[in-house]
Design a protein around this ligand. Structure first.
Ligand SMILES: [Mn+2]
Length: 341
């Protein structure tokens, strides 16, 4: 599936004629969300120098991605038109949603309904197959590794030149959503896109050092807890859980959990892996598999979640209740040992 030229041009015209462009990514943003947010916004600034661009997210940019150009410009969402203030939403503004699989992931669906009810011009750039195409123009490409890759496809179609800053942002999203070009979504087109971004001047070394070779002590301690608590189930799952107590004790914030699942998923012979985590009265589940015959998006669907075949998630309201499973073992061995002493 690819982007249609007519859509690419229509979205470009929206941006060119907008009084203001607002780029918006999902809550708890990951590398693809931040990379696509900054990469798209900086690109639009270069393409349409007369149109002001702002960057919005309900959560701050994680420290890991603060090295990216424009990261310090990310602000909370704009105030509603009925209020007065410095940054007020105008219904003529054009909003670009990046990596938002559904409106509620922006956390603006209730407070800013005009973004989703068709009263504003919006562009929806994403790669999640479950995306309900809520934009006026939708670039939803499920074969793409990342939203950043979708942005490159759009740029290619209209022959937009990418600056080194834009290329660095977009490369970050491709690298993080493919786990450093290791996940199964690292297709030949991904390598071609990476090569294109490197030629455009993407600062790969700076990005790899910041994202893949730097971990805060609190992160390592949190991951230590995740790894220590891995248990294997009869169904072939490698499962771990982190409670709010774990976050408190390690001083890690929620975003620092990102990446730990790949280690849980490394246990040989397992069908899938799962990390359960507690946050604000909700339990979030992150599912991964390395196998082609397991579809974790179906498993997540049973808990009203979704995602991809190999990476999916869900959220339930509630808390985690610790349960220690003890097994009664035959006494034979113990007695034998005692006799030997
Ligand atoms: Mn993504």
């Amino acid at each position: 599936m690819a982007i249609a030229r007519a859509d690419a041009e229509r979205a470009r015209d929206f941006l060119r004629d907008a009084p203001r462009i607002r780029c918006i990514c999902h809550r708890n943003p990951d590398g693809d969300a931040v990379g696509a947010l900054l990469g798209s916004g900086l690109l639009f600034e270069e393409l349409f120098p007369d149109v002001p661009v702002s960057f919005h997210c309900v959560d701050p940019v994680p420290d890991t991605f603060r090295f990216l150009p424009g990261a310090l410009r990310v602000k909370p969402p704009p105030a509603l038109p009925v209020t007065q203030g410095e940054d007020v939403l105008d219904v003529r503004d054009v909003c670009v949603f990046v990596d938002c699989a559904e409106p509620k992931l922006t956390e603006l669906h209730a407070s800013h309904p005009m973004l989703f009810d068709g009263s504003m011009r919006t562009i929806n750039v994403d790669h999640h197959p479950t995306n309900p195409q809520y934009g006026s123009v939708n670039f939803v490409v499920p074969d793409a590794s990342s939203s950043c890759e979708v942005l490159v496809q759009w740029a290619h179609l209209l022959r937009w030149r990418l600056s080194p800053d834009v290329a660095t942002c977009l490369l970050t999203g491709i690298y993080t959503d493919t786990g450093g070009l290791l996940h199964s979504n690292t297709t030949a087109p991904v390598y071609r896109t990476v090569a294109f971004l490197l030629r455009a001047g993407a600062r790969r070394r700076e990005m790899v050092t910041a994202v893949f070779r730097t971990a805060k002590l609190s992160t390592l301690r949190l991951w230590g807890r995740v790894l220590e608590k891995i248990s294997l189930t009869d169904e072939g799952g490698a499962i771990s859980a982190v409670t709010e107590g774990d976050f408190r004790a390690t001083g890690a914030d929620y975003a620092e959990l990102t990446g730990a699942i790949d280690y849980v998923n490394a246990v040989p012979g397992m069908r899938f892996s799962l990390i359960l985590s507690e946050r604000d009265g909700k339990v979030k589940g992150s599912l991964r598999t390395l196998r082609d015959d397991v579809d974790v998006s179906k498993m997540a669907g049973k808990f009203s979640g979704g995602g991809h075949r190999k990476a999916a998630g869900f959220a339930l309201s509630g808390k985690l209740k610790p349960e220690i499973r003890w097994k009664v073992v035959e006494e034979e061995g113990i007695q034998g040992n005692q006799r030997n002493q």
